[in-house]
Write a protein that binds this ligand. Structure first.
Ligand code: FNR
Length: 183
């Protein structure tokens, strides 16, 4: 059976990040032919177009990981009603030099968690705008605007019972989306 390797990007560097915990927990709901690796983005320099012909080793490593992946999964907080700067930075790095956009065609799913009751909805809408410019086929439904509440995770850090049916449904749609669009 074909295997699918997914590059996971978490838009938070915080040690106890809810979004990193969500990214770690939700991949356990994926079918067995899927494997997931979180991409390191903390060592990327701020994007500078002057460096396009001489990209840092960390940028080249990140781009190689995206190129090798069959799909991407982005799990992000919302910062000031948009995406965090570190997430925009990795997206910009991967899009350049002009004509060498590593994101193009990679099927994507997006998720986000916030203690606030809009559950990263604004950030995700901004992210969809960016992914469209990057030619990334992004899963539309179901949308997942996760509010962090007691019980989202169980004692082991897995998705809690109450949230599991919805997030399992989300993952089933994501897996089907990747299979439909992976080259
Ligand atoms: C936030 N937070 C936040 N939450 C939200 O729902 N909408 C928002 O616009 C913002 N804006 C915002 C800006 C900045 C600079 C910070 C640091 C935080 C709160 C945010 O949801 C909360 O800190 C989460 O815990 C961040 O996600 P991680 O790091 O836990 O994954």
């Amino acid at each position: 059976m074909r295997q699918y390797q997914i590059a996971v990007i978490v838009g938070s560097l915080r040690r106890e990040s809810y979004n990193r915990n969500l990214a770690t927990a939700i991949v356990k709901l994926a079918p067995p032919e899927f494997s997931f690796t979180q991409v390191q983005i903390s060592d990327l320099p701020p994007y500078n177009q002057d460096d396009d012909e001489n990209q840092a080793a960390s940028v080249r490593r990140m781009k190689a990981e995206i190129q090798a992946a069959d799909g991407i999964l982005i799990v992000t907080p919302e910062y000031n009603r948009s995406i965090p700067g570190i997430l925009k930075n990795v997206l910009d790095h991967g899009s350049r030099p002009y004509g060498q956009n590593v994101w193009a065609g990679k099927p994507a799913g997006i998720l986000g968690a916030s203690p606030g009751n809009t559950g990263t909805a604004m950030a995700q809408q901004h992210l969809r705008n960016i992914l469209s410019a990057l030619d990334v086929p992004t899963q539309g439904q179901p949308e997942a605007y996760i509010q962090v509440r007691e019980g989202l995770f169980d004692e082991s850090g897995d998705i809690g019972e109450a949230s599991r049916p919805f997030l399992q449904k989300w993952m089933n749609h994501y897996a089907a989306w990747v299979k439909r669009h992976a080259t």
